[in-house]
Design a protein around this ligand. Structure first.
Ligand SMILES: [Ca+2]
Length: 482
């Protein structure tokens, strides 16, 4: 009789779980935009049009206190897929060649041995799709990968079953080249088959194909990291300084005149024609609205397949906005440690999982929470022996518990920021520093470091302890030696 006890207990626990969670494993649609500002959702009223993101907000919960782990592309993406700080997973800087940004053109032979081509995320890292695979999930990624272009670093070597997208950190939306280097791939093969087509349409096309193939048949993890509204990686300053968008979407915004202005010098050109501030804002908004239309099509497809109720939809930007973006009321922009670089718009919809509709939550949450939360939703344990920096956010999103997060730390070369409770310390050297009370001063306007030396010492102590913990973590490539 005694041997029956564990199995009876197991049956009992399974019974309990089915009361708390939907009987079927939820599908997951993770949408990440590129450099979208904190204020750039139509529902917030600054004039940008995002009817489908607004719908997501209405049907789910909007997070106003959500952070990414780094103020720019590559490390932010590595952190969200691993659930680990950039300093722990090894991707704590960009995988890119700087020279093309200043006009240098690599020959194919020269390019083949540069860091942008050979760099990638340490293959010991475990990513979300690899975790979900244990629970029978099929995973696809359509869009920006940004974590290495050699076969061993590509999505299909990291847990994804299918990949179509670009491997560099930015491209021209039509040629799919980064400063003349072709970047689009299907699984492990470079492809130029779709050259000339606006890339947002391509990522939508591939995501639709994935949904048509798998929706309703087995649980899926669909990751759609759009290129929009990142600046175009084209050497022509008139294109380089803006975001490419289809004319149809540009026409949805007031006309701009003039389109261009001449500046005495611009990186690799002197003098150069660049877009005007007004044109840049219009183009940025048009690219967001075009992306929003693609998101709308994916949401409609979930409806048509009858799976919207038990599909987790998560949307956020990989870092703060720049150029034509609106980060208000936050200070700063992409690349900086101010809130405008790291606090981003985030929407979560999961009706069957009890995430309330139309809710606005100021719970302190981050992209590091994704991996443990998605594992939990799929009914599986996070990977054993891996130190994670986040936690299961569902009790918080359901309103059952406050967020367990008390702290978050950011480091980009010699720039650091630490948030402990409501306090945030920013140190970007000559570019700015200060201690801020985010509850009273979300715009980081009033430096309290002189008034509150006690708080400053407390936050700096926690930052020093975090830096020590990161230095003591098992080293990961490509930047750290081991
Ligand atoms: Ca970005």
């Amino acid at each position: 009789m005694k041997s029956c006890v564990p199995s009876l207990l197991a049956v009992y626990l399974i019974g309990l779980a089915s009361i708390a969670l939907p009987a079927e494993r939820p599908n997951i649609l993770l949408i990440v935009s590129d450099d979208q500002g904190y204020q750039d959702l139509g529902l917030l009223g600054n004039g940008i049009r995002t009817p489908h993101l607004d719908r997501l907000a209405k049907e789910g919960t909007r997070l106003t206190n959500f952070y990414v782990a780094w103020p720019a592309c590559t490390p932010s993406r590595a952190a969200l897929l691993t659930g680990r700080y950039p300093q722990r997973n090894g991707i704590y800087d960009m995988i890119r060649n700087e020279a093309p940004d200043y006009g240098h053109r690599y020959t194919p032979e020269e390019y083949a041995v540069t860091f942008e081509r050979i760099g990638g995320m340490d293959t010991r890292e475990i990513l979300i799709p690899e975790v979900l695979r244990q629970a029978g999930y099929v995973s696809g990624i359509y869009g920006k990968w940004d974590l290495g272009s050699l076969k061993r670093f590509l999505p299909t070597s990291r847990g994804f079953d299918d990949f179509y997208g670009f491997v560099n950190t930015g491209i021209d939306y039509y040629t799919h080249e980064r400063y003349g280097v072709p970047s689009m791939m299907r699984n492990t093969s470079p492809t130029e088959a779709d050259k000339g087509t606006y890339c947002t349409y391509l990522f939508e096309r591939e995501a639709v194909r994935f949904l048509e193939e798998h929706a309703g048949k087995r649980p899926f993890f669909l990751y759609v990291p759009f290129n929009a509204p990142h600046n175009a990686s084209n050497l022509d300053p008139r294109i380089r300084t803006t975001v490419q968008a289809p004319e149809t979407y540009k026409k949805m915004y007031p006309p701009v005149d003039p389109e261009y202005r001449t500046v005495p010098r611009f990186r690799y050109a002197a003098p150069a024609q660049v877009v005007t501030r007004e044109a840049r804002r219009r183009d940025y908004r048009a690219a967001v609205t075009c992306m929003d239309a693609s998101i709308g099509r994916l949401l409609r497809l979930l409806d048509e397949k009858g799976i919207a109720d038990n599909t987790i939809v998560i949307f956020f930007s990989d870092n703060g906005g720049s150029g034509g973006a609106d980060n208000g009321p936050l200070r700063g922009h992409k690349g900086q440690m101010w809130e405008g670089g790291i606090r981003v718009p985030c929407l979560v919809r999961w009706p069957a999982g009890g995430v309330p509709a139309g809710n606005v939550s100021d719970a302190f949450l981050t992209s590091l929470e994704l991996l443990p939360s998605l594992a939990s939703a799929a009914g599986i344990a996070p990977p054993e022996g891996v130190v994670l920096d986040g936690f299961d956010w569902w009790p918080t999103l359901r309103g059952e518990a406050p967020s367990p997060r008390r702290e978050m730390f950011w480091k980009r070369r010699n720039h650091v920021a630490a948030r402990v409770g409501k306090w945030k310390w920013v140190d970007m050297g000559k570019a700015g520093r200060g201690l801020f009370d985010l509850e009273a001063d979300i715009g980081e306007t009033r430096d309290l470091s002189q008034e509150r030396p006690d708080v400053l010492a407390m936050v700096q102590k926690r930052l020093a302890e975090w830096e020590k913990a990161m230095a003591a973590a098992e080293p990961r490539g490509p930047f750290r030696d081991y």
